[in-house]
Design a protein around this ligand. Structure first.
Ligand SMILES: [Mn+2]
Length: 472
């Protein structure tokens, strides 16, 4: 049972809301006429009496209430009522309406749980509506651009798209269709990770590799998702200016050229932004889309632990009940391909351990995405806190690193070790690098190439860590 003391406008609204939610409501009010009419409204109990009078409240059974709401406009009366309730019960939660000012002192020294300041409430609701209003305006622009796309919209994602990129592109495609055009999801690189392939296969998505696209200019509009500058981590030619950019990566916004930009580095995933769009546009979030978006947010925020904001969690709250959790489990624990297993066994066989470091050369590879998967597995080995798995694919040495030693920022170490002879980057716990084989000028024999690669990787890595001289 919830108690509402004083049933003016706010009290009555609160009581009605609680009743709508199927909760039992007790009302105490000192206005005879009001009490008469309230009695006809099927509240659990309506009592005529003074809300500051201990015997009235005791008789009403206030001590047993789940919570007490005191919302009259008379702050002095509210304080007295709260005092009385607190004297009758030390633990019943009290929500009370305070004065206009934030942080006002009317309830100082009194153990109330929540003080509501009307001005603050009005201001925060105004800000919330402002946010909605801005979103509405934004989406009106998006609609205008898409409605003017008779030859469809090319939705280009980042290279080697991750779940966030795939889910975001899929949602944008839905939005494009909602606005009466057609969307095609286009990606560069590969869909490498088994989980990502599982996502695409289990949802039956059709994604087009950019190599199969004859002319991007054949589409009326171009959108970039999970990337913002043509050619940077995506295969959109630099000569093409996208019409739409939706991303959450940190970028110098002045460099982003697009008619429609929604770049929010503060949110944990682009999927969060697209969830907001779908909700606002009233587009049905099917179990497939909910699963994909939820998985996108989940992987980008490392299971809601890294850079997760209230907005991400709000999106999760919307997606979670709609998602297909059996499907999600299947995506998250996909079958392992034979090639991944081969690379993993090679990585285990060739491992070289030095202190808590494990470095391993897996030789020649076809799919570079097998490397981070092998590194993930090896990081679970007892006593190991940093793993480097590398192999030769095409004319490049691919290096994938994983680290859980908090003293080491692997991204920085890899940058220091390999940045000047190739490219490197990443985070403290996960990083990658590429070294072009051209560096070894014309060595054709495979065995020597492997040996050279091994020396280059090992020496440079330990040197960057400040550990000289290799133990053999
Ligand atoms: Mn992302």
């Amino acid at each position: 049972m919830y108690a509402v003391l004083g049933c003016g406008t706010a009290g009555y609204l609160a009581a009605s809301k609680l009743q709508e939610q199927g909760k039992k409501v007790l009302i105490v009010d000192n206005d005879e006429k009001r009490v008469e009419s309230l009695k006809e409204r099927e509240f659990e109990r309506v009592i005529l009496g003074d809300i500051t009078d201990p015997s009235t409240l005791k008789e009403a059974g206030i001590e047993q209430a789940e919570a007490v709401l005191i919302l009259t406009t008379n702050v002095e009366l509210n304080r007295k009522a709260a005092e009385t309730v607190r004297r009758l019960s030390r633990d019943v939660p009290i929500i009370v309406r305070g004065g206009k000012e934030a942080g006002s002192k009317e309830f100082e020294g009194l153990d109330v749980d929540v003080v509501i300041n009307p001005t603050v409430v009005v201001a925060s609701v105004a800000i919330e509506s402002l946010y909605d209003l801005e979103l509405k305006k934004k989406l009106r622009n998006l609609r205008r651009i898409i409605e003017d796309a008779p030859k469809g919209v090319a939705i280009v994602t980042q290279d080697n798209p991750d779940p966030d990129a795939i889910a975001s592109a899929l949602s944008l495609k839905k939005i494009v269709e909602h606005f009466g055009s057609v969307g095609e999801i286009i990606y560069g690189g590969e869909i490498g990770h088994e989980e990502n392939r599982a996502l695409v296969n289990l949802l039956g998505l059709s994604l087009t590799p950019i190599s199969k696209v004859r002319d991007l200019r054949g589409y009326s509009k171009i959108a970039l998702v999970e990337a913002s500058i043509p050619g940077e981590n995506n295969s959109l030619p630099k000569s093409i200016t996208p019409d739409i950019v939706i991303d959450h990566h940190q970028v110098d916004e002045s460099k982003v050229k697009a008619e429609y930009k929604d770049i929010r580095p503060e949110v944990g995933a682009t999927s969060t932004i697209l969830t907001e769009y779908l909700v606002h546009l009233g587009i049905e979030i099917t179990p497939e889309i909910a699963t994909a978006l939820l998985y996108g947010i989940k992987t980008d925020t490392n299971d809601f632990t890294r850079g997760t904001t209230a907005q991400d969690l709000k999106a999760v709250a919307i997606l979670y009940p709609k998602a297909d959790h059996d499907l999600l489990m299947k995506i998250e624990t996909p079958v392992m391909s034979a090639e991944t297993l081969d690379v993993l066994s090679e990585a285990i066989r060739n491992r070289k351990i030095r202190g808590s470091f494990l470095l391993t050369n897996v030789g020649f590879i076809r799919d570079r995405d097998t490397l981070p998967q092998a590194a993930d597995h090896l990081l679970r080995l007892e006593g190991i806190s940093t793993v480097l798995v590398y192999g030769i694919g095409g004319d490049v040495i691919h290096i994938s690193g994983r680290n859980r030693d908090i003293r080491i920022n692997l991204g920085e170490v890899m940058q220091k070790a390999f940045g000047n002879i190739g490219s490197a980057g990443g985070h403290a716990t996960a990083a990658a690098a590429k070294i072009p084989l051209g560096l070894f000028g014309g060595v054709k024999d495979k065995a020597s190439l492997l040996k050279l690669a091994e020396e280059a990787v090992t020496d440079r890595f330990f040197k960057a860590l400040g550990i000289e001289g290799e133990e053999k």
